[in-house]
Design a protein around this ligand. Structure first.
Ligand code: PLP
Length: 467
């Protein structure tokens, strides 16, 4: 806390993490030679590394958060009754309080909720418009017989566009779809905030309000992917004039009020290692969800979670909406990103909520896309400093089902994803310096050859050799 009166006008005061460390998890330090051997043994695929050989693990922010003492204390209060666990009622109360939805069904994680929702709402031949797809969300929509239609604004597909809300929905694209297929073929609009696949980019309150108005006139529901809605609320507070002085919790509540329900992966915003939920405001839909949940997840008062895990998530929600927490969480991502920008290293801008994306096309222009520049860059970062990142480019994009040809996505990226409350500023400094070192030596890097290609989601298990 700084007292404005005593702050020198010349200097911005630093802020630090709003927590201190009580338990530590030692990390193994490896040598460069050991890392060269490990990445070769892993076929130059960071998914195939053993986590104990990794120093700073930036593979994903999913289920990788550090829980607080308050959450761990809650774990000891797990009520493991099969039915009616008190932890369920605590979780339900907190979702109602902070997200504002009426009826809640817990699920084992986000995709469990997506499965139930898609089965309830989607009929074969339906269309589901959304602000860019997410892998599991779209797959469940398709498995239920629907067709996903991307209605995000064009700026979202441009790594250099500085639009402050690249997650916004293009109302014209949405209107065109409604006119083309008819409102009765659109069971709901699938809105995500922030948009993971666009680089953690937010949607504005003004845009969601307009989408809500349009949806109302056509009698179409809106279902929110609330996985990173707290992070989205932070961007609204920072970038939307009317919300500058509002608390994150207040913004989140208003944001959700423009939607009819949500699916949620608690492994992101809600600061737990496992868990999720489906929330709905319509009692009849909730009835159906409660019926289906017993087939796929478990009874409607645990839905695939242990009582202790529900308690940890209930408490994680409370912590996640604290302004100090979210400022430090996104502040850490911005700190890393700003360092790289200052050093002239090509990344996706604006900096998003949960990760920094290196632009491998500009980083390694000498490597053609069919020689996997982002895959190569991710492997090199590991060799340089034991940092594990993830490819999001041609390997992840896969092949066309029809022709068997590779997709050549515009974005060829390496994602450095920051887990919540896990690493310190020194880890961010070390990460930035490692990226800079690789950038300095970039000219000597050559591409890769794929020597093993799995049939599905090849990025998880493909193997490569140095060219
Ligand atoms: C992670 C994620 C999901 C899926 O959640 P899981 O808990 O991994 O099943 C859905 N949507 C978004 C935006 C996500 O990031």
């Amino acid at each position: 806390m700084t007292d404005a009166k005593h702050t020198s006008p010349r200097r911005r005061r630093s802020w630090a993490e709003p927590y201190k460390i009580k338990v530590v998890e030692p990390l193994k330090m490896t040598t460069r030679a050991e890392r060269e051997q490990a990445i070769a043994a892993a076929g130059y695929n960071t998914f195939l590394l053993r986590s104990e050989d990794v120093y700073i693990d930036l593979l994903t922010d999913s289920g990788t958060a550090a829980m607080s003492d308050y959450q761990w204390a809650g774990m000891m209060l797990g009520d493991e009754a099969y039915a009616g666990s008190k932890n369920f009622y605590n979780l339900e109360a907190n979702i109602q309080k902070y997200y504002g939805y009426r009826y809640i069904v817990p699920t084992h994680q986000g995709r469990g909720a997506e499965n139930i929702l898609s089965q309830i709402l989607i009929k074969p031949g339906d269309y589901i418009p959304g602000n860019m797809y997410f892998t599991t969300t779209r797959l469940h929509q398709e498995l239920a017989g629907g067709t996903f239609v991307d209605v995000i604004i064009d700026e979202a597909h441009d790594a250099q566009s500085l639009h402050p809300f690249k997650g916004n929905i293009d109302l014209q694209k949405l209107t065109d779809l409604i006119e083309r297929v008819g409102a009765e073929r659109i069971p709901y609009i699938s809105v995500a905030g922030t948009v993971n696949m666009a680089g953690g980019q937010p949607i504005s309150m003004a845009n969601l309000r307009e989408v809500h108005q349009l949806a109302q006139t056509h009698g179409i529901r809106i279902i929110l992917d609330a996985t990173r809605a707290v992070e989205n609320a932070y961007f609204i507070q920072q970038r939307e004039e009317d919300y500058r002085n509002q608390a994150i919790a207040t913004i989140l509540h208003e944001f959700c009020s423009y939607t009819d329900g949500c699916t949620m992966s608690g492994k992101k915003d809600a600061l737990v290692n496992i868990g999720g939920w489906l929330a709905l405001n319509d009692y009849n839909l909730y009835e159906e969800a409660r019926n289906l949940i017993v087939i796929y997840e478990g009874l409607h008062t645990y839905g695939g979670m242990a009582g202790r895990d529900m308690e940890a998530m209930a408490r994680g929600i409370e912590e996640s909406v604290k302004d100090d927490h979210i400022r430090a969480r996104i502040g850490q991502v911005e700190y890393l990103g700003q360092k790289l920008l200052d050093w002239g290293i090509p990344i996706v801008v604006p900096i998003g909520g949960h990760a920094i994306y290196l632009d491998a096309k500009r980083f390694l222009p000498q490597i053609p896309q069919e020689q996997f520049p982002a895959q190569r860059l991710a492997a090199e970062l590991y060799v340089e400093a034991g940092i594990r990142a993830m490819e999001r480019g041609i390997v992840s994009a896969g092949r066309s089902k029809e022709t068997g040809d590779n997709y050549y996505p515009d974005l060829e990226l390496v994602r450095l994803t920051i887990p919540r409350r896990v690493y310190t500023q020194a880890h961010m400094d070390l990460t930035a310096e490692a990226v800079e070192e690789v950038y300095y030596n970039r000219d000597r890097l050559r591409g890769l050859k794929m020597i093993y290609e799995p049939k599905y989601l090849r990025f998880f298990q493909a193997r490569f050799e140095l060219l």
